[in-house]
Design a protein around this ligand. Structure first.
Ligand SMILES: [Fe+2]
Length: 211
């Protein structure tokens, strides 16, 4: 990080003891130097925290949001929306960078054909693959869900919609994209990669602004 790089301090060289310098004097100077370094470190810490705690950028809600999606950890348990599975999770943080328990994370996305449930004419929705869910964060601010990997559709790279709300914070509407996809929005991407079991996983932390 550019700012932190600027704060990086050159390791001070401890003073060499002059032949006429008593040991007690050298120890005192060393203590002073360490105290000075500690003071500088504590001054720099809030800036480092502020850098990491920047609010997640907003993105469009889109036309396919519906309030009241079911509480479920698997958005497509039947697998009818696509064959490739993914696991997505992360934390919701407050404006002070602390995890937010009880935040409501609403997610929705397209299926492997680029279609959204409840909006495709002539196609009956599979209740076991609605590709939408409402998830509450746990005591450590964590959320997680399983689903199938969405497809891109005309004009849009692969993405997952988020609406995140919490009583003490402003509601955030945003989207998650996958790193490397053409058109993915900078600052809203996560790497989708397979673990040793072959499960594709992505991690996406969200920071809210105060209300
Ligand atoms: Fe969308």
């Amino acid at each position: 990080m550019q700012f932190n790089e600027g704060l990086r301090m050159k390791q001070p060289t401890l003073p060499l003891r002059r032949p006429d310098m008593p040991c007690s004097s050298l120890v005192a100077r060393r203590r002073l130097m360490l105290a000075g370094m500690a003071a500088l470190t504590s001054w720099a810490a809030p800036f480092a925290a502020a850098q990491q705690c920047r609010a997640t950028p907003r993105d469009q809600l889109g036309p396919f949001y519906t309030r009241g999606a079911p509480e479920q950890a698997d958005l497509c348990a039947s697998g009818s929306g696509g064959k490739e599975r993914m696991q997505v999770g992360g934390r919701v943080l407050g404006a002070d960078c602390k995890p937010l328990a009880g935040a409501l994370v609403e997610v929705w996305h397209a299926d492997a054909n680029g279609d959204y449930s409840q909006f495709t004419r002539g196609k009956k929705d599979d209740p076991a693959c609605l590709l939408r869910a409402s998830i509450k964060t746990d005591a450590e601010g964590r959320y997680t869900f399983a689903s199938i990997i969405p497809a891109e559709y005309p004009g849009r790279p692969r993405h997952i919609h988020y609406r995140v709300s919490h009583a003490a914070h402003a509601t955030l509407v945003t989207q998650l994209y996958f790193t490397g996809d053409r058109g993915a929005v900078e600052g809203l991407t996560a790497v989708l990669q397979r673990d040793v079991q072959g499960v594709a996983r992505a991690s996406f932390d969200i920071t809210l602004n105060r209300a």
